[in-house]
Design a protein around this ligand. Structure first.
Ligand SMILES: N[C@@H]1[C@@H](O)[C@H](O)[C@@H](COP(=O)(O)O)O[C@@H]1O
Length: 242
């Protein structure tokens, strides 16, 4: 595991975007695993800057997002589909057909989960997976529990997660109760994982995830087992990792 603690958000965003750009330079048809949440927003902004400067192209890349709410219309302002389009996809040259997000409105969710994993597999797996972390240690929407699931699956969101995400909605009642998430197995098969964390409210969970026991009650703790884990934090989120 490589842990990088940055003194400013700017440096963190630049380093993370630089790593993604480097992946695309080495392999133009790289498969990127993308995340939502507030943490990667600045990284996407840097990627857009790099693209506009002509330093990186996504035209042969493929992307797979980690998760999507169930039952939220695709064009809802808080769907992850809208998030990715407004934050990244509409600003770069990634072909629309190469950008994948689970369909949270699929008629048969189970079939959608199987289809999603098959598409990742057919693309050759994820070359680099960006992850944020929830306050309870969730990655994607893999919530803590007695067991974790390997494949893409339907998940009941924990109250804590819905509360944390309520800031993006008018009220907590508007936050969906379920989501589709890529499973731990799919995440762990990524060739490289880039875990990002920002802010003092993430310090404790980052310590538990990276220095504590490997425990399904903290899904991110399984990342300790990954041979190519790169961690980038700001000084606050990385405070307990030094
Ligand atoms: N499903 C997402 C995760 O992919 C994200 O990493 C996490 C943290 O979000 P944030 O970066 O806003 O703290 O919560 C969300 O619920």
């Amino acid at each position: 595991m490589n842990v990088h603690i940055f003194s400013s958000n700017e440096e963190l965003n630049e380093a993370a975007a630089g790593l993604l750009a480097a992946t695309l330079h080495t392999k133009a048809n790289a498969v990127l695993g993308l995340a939502t949440g507030s943490t990667p927003v600045g990284v996407y902004e840097k990627l857009v800057e790099l693209y506009k400067k002509g330093s990186v192209s996504f035209k042969s890349a493929k992307t797979f997002n980690l998760d999507e709410y169930v039952g939220l219309p695709r064009d809802h302002s808080e769907s992850y589909y809208t998030f990715m389009n407004t934050r990244l996809f509409q600003h770069i040259d990634l072909p629309a057909e190469n950008a994948h997000i689970p369909n949270g409105n699929a008629e048969i969710v189970q079939e959608e989960c199987v289809r999603y994993d098959q598409m990742i597999e057919q693309a050759g797996g994820i070359d680099i997976q960006i992850l944020g972390i929830g306050h309870n240690g969730h990655i994607g929407f893999n919530e803590p529990g007695p067991t974790l699931q390997s494949a893409t699956h339907l998940v009941d969101l924990h109250e804590e997660t819905r509360k944390a995400n309520a800031r993006f909605f008018d009220s907590i009642d508007d936050v969906p109760v379920q989501a589709i998430t890529v499973g731990l197995g799919t995440i762990m098969k990524s060739k490289t994982i880039l875990l990002l964390a920002k802010g003092s409210d993430k310090a404790e969970i980052m310590h538990r995830a990276l220095r504590g026991p490997i425990d399904p009650q903290c899904p991110a703790s399984f990342l300790q087992l990954h041979p190519q884990l790169i961690v980038m934090t700001d000084s606050e989120a990385g405070r307990l990792l030094k």
